[in-house]
Design a protein around this ligand. Structure first.
Ligand code: NDP
Ligand code: OXD
Length: 313
């Protein structure tokens, strides 16, 4: 009973300490020596290096350290075993906090008031009510549905866009290409909570931005992307901001991360940048759920929160 923990891009020390604590009866390895290959029955991965998962005859499932699995599905050597992604109250709650924070900041003109404070300007701005604003959420999955629920409780009108037809209470739903145009024509603030797949890559491009509303109660349309950077064409977002067709954007994810120092997004006065921090994965919250699933699966229970490889999420 061995877990292979294979991750790049961060120091896994705390994750490994917690994993060893919550799975005391399992061995945990980060590198393969060859002699332990046959004992590896589960892998936990984040942007695993090439060939990390190749040739593990006893592998039963791969656990993604994130809700998104684009990092993992890119692997040309991915074994044909079930993939489990993160679905956890802790992560969902963090994402909802981010979405509500950004929506309220745009609604209450946070950018303008921060500028005014810098100039010691006492000037009250007009204030639309939440009920006069439609927040459109691209992706009504685990994260999108919870954000919609909490925004609805604050009084916002809600629209949602999905791949397949969905019914979600309090949300006007749309799907497919034709549905996207109608969804955009309705949304004052667009929140992107889509997975990055072959179908969604680059979806927020010039054509998409040109379909956003030109007049909104906020003075113009707003974009919030907390899904993946690959969903957006950054040059098109900058062009729309400069042309005034997009009023403001809050971006948590970028085509290249960390966002390159020379990216014009850093200094753009109407862009709010966060470093892929909308919903951090907390090992104390997530690892016990993963180990509980491994234990249950070993007892014969089916795995939950499985990825549909053909859909890419
Ligand atoms: P889910 O898989 O639960 O939901 C995905 C939603 O996107 C579904 O509603 C799905 O539609 C919709 N969707 C997928 N493909 C399309 C398409 N081609 N057209 C229209 N809609 C589509 O994912 P989660 O809600 O758990 O997570 C969403 C994403 O958030 C993750 O994939 C990840 O990239 C990102 N994320 C970012 C974080 C951050 O810190 N910035 C943290 C965590 C996640 P349908 O309902 O029809 O299946
Ligand atoms: C995730 C992420 O997918 O951190 O969970 O982006």
């Amino acid at each position: 009973m061995t877990i292979l923990f294979s991750a790049t891009g961060f120091d896994p020390g705390r994750w490994l300490d917690i994993l060893r604590r919550v799975a005391p009866e399992r061995s945990v390895i980060t590198e393969r020596s060859g002699s332990d290959d046959a004992a590896v029955d589960y892998a936990i991965v984040w942007k695993q290096p090439p060939r990390a998962l190749l040739g593990l005859p006893g592998l039963k499932a791969i656990f993604s350290l994130g809700a998104g699995v684009d990092h993992l599905l890119r692997d040309p050597d991915l074994p044909d075993v079930p993939i489990v992604r993160v679905v956890a109250e802790d992560l969902t709650q963090r994402m909802t906090e981010f979405v509500v924070w950004r929506v309220l900041d745009h609604l209450r003109q946070g950018r303008v008031y921060r500028e005014q404070q810098g100039k010691r300007l006492w000037h009250e701005r007009s204030q639309p009510a939440a009920g006069a604003v439609t927040v459109g959420i691209l992706g009504l999955g685990e994260l999108g549905r919870d954000a919609a629920d909490k925004l609805g409780a604050l009084g916002f009108r809600l629209a949602g866009w999905t791949r397949s037809p969905r019914t979600v209470g309090g949300v006007e739903t749309f799907h497919g290409a034709e549905g996207l145009t109608r969804f955009l024509a309705l949304s004052d603030i667009v929140v992107v909570l889509l997975p990055l797949t072959a179908e969604t890559a680059g979806i927020v491009d010039a054509a998409f931005l040109s379909k956003m509303k030109s007049v909104t109660p906020l003075g113009g349309p707003v974009l919030i992307n907390a899904g993946r950077g690959g969903l957006q064409v950054e040059a098109d977002i900058l062009a729309a901001l400069d042309a005034g067709t997009l009023m403001e954007a809050s971006l948590d994810v970028f085509a290249t991360e960390p966002l390159p120092q020379d990216s014009p997004l850093w200094a753009h006065p109407r862009v709010f940048v966060t470093p892929h921090a909308a919903a951090v994965s907390d090992p104390e919250a997530l690892l016990p759920l993963m180990v509980a699933q491994m234990d249950a699966h070993d007892r014969g229970d089916p795995l939950r929160h499985l990825v549909d490889r053909s859909a890419g999420y």
